[in-house]
Design a protein around this ligand. Sequence first.
Ligand SMILES: *Cc1c(COP(=O)(O)O)cnc(C)c1O
Length: 396
Amino acid sequence: MRPTYLEVNLTQLKQNLENIRAKVAPAKVLVVLKANAYGHGVDGVAPFIAPFADYIGVAIVEEGIHLRNMGIATPILVMGGTLLEQLPDFFEYDLTLAASSLDLLTAAEQLAASTRKRLKTHLKIDTGMERIGVREYEATTLIQKSLACSHLEIEGIFTHFANSEIMSLRGGHLLFPPKQSPTNLEVASGLSPLATTSSTLQLERFQEVLSIYEKLNAPHPPIRHTANSGATLSLPESYYDMVRPGVLFYGVYPSRDIERTIDVKPALTWKSKVVYSKITQPGRGVSYGSLWQAEAPTRIVTIPCGYADGYFRRMTNQARVVINGKSYPQVGRICMDQFMVDVGEDDVKVGDEVTLLGNGITAEDFADWVGTNEYEVMTNISARVPRVFVERGAVQ
Ligand SMILES: *Cc1c(COP(=O)(O)O)cnc(C)c1O
């Protein structure tokens, strides 16, 4: 196998799920397996975790089909937007539809009537994300229509928070004065001054939608759900009947300042091996662009991993790695397939193990070096990096 690989600790993922469950019970837990299980490798994570999940969440219908083809039998909600022409796949693969518009709901009902299959459907309400879904102020029509959809199983109703990981926005509605364009740094940190929609405001709007059922004297769908990781940590009143933690299940907190009310730990270790080791002289620039050179003779080692593997080029001259228990700086441009590390006077040899992520180096560190969030760090690790799944210390 390739010396550069990602070790995925399945036992830790299960522990994370158990800790989340203990906090939110009796609410159910939907485990989010979109984007290749946040980069962890869905082919190993899904079969292991599915028996412990009440529901599985994916972003796109193709991810749902992939899971069904693997033999996963757990209910699967396709949370993202769906085109009308993708509807037949929901019937064929028994996937749950997020009905995010009246048109989609109507088309699904017609197809259900003609195929005589009852499609599980969750109504998607937009309470402040302005991404997909029917806004709370136009939800009555959707709900009335859904109550008349006799061929669909209207199993759920849900919304999604825009700012649940920002603690300062938890209580208020409009803490930042709107301004035209946030800086790149504000966007990267998630602290855009345009963020004016608090989770409590979104919950109020969701509650408004639920009260439509009372007015219509009809029961609400049995599974009401709103909580992503941020809300699962900080907003118990958002749990309703099910929570949808993504990043938290993978052991990473959705922001630095959020209260860590649930104990989780990362499950990823990204490893490689030194593939070349030499002394470099001053005056000889290292890598493309010659952006770095030594002030005195120093040992430079080469690691067979690069930005094509998801080791961001943006981390050039900022990243650090651990070799033989010691932290060293990455130096010179990160290449597509290789990068260099300055180990100074230390005797680092070809074949020595290198830790890129894990062993004290966190996804937060990567996010700082790159100027992005932990989500992008994990989902960016490319398919070229083999995933090795470990359960109770044993490779699966
Ligand atoms: C991705 C996603 C989640 C999980 O978000 P985290 O911030 O990772 O917890 C929950 N709900 C929906 C609709 C999503 O798209």
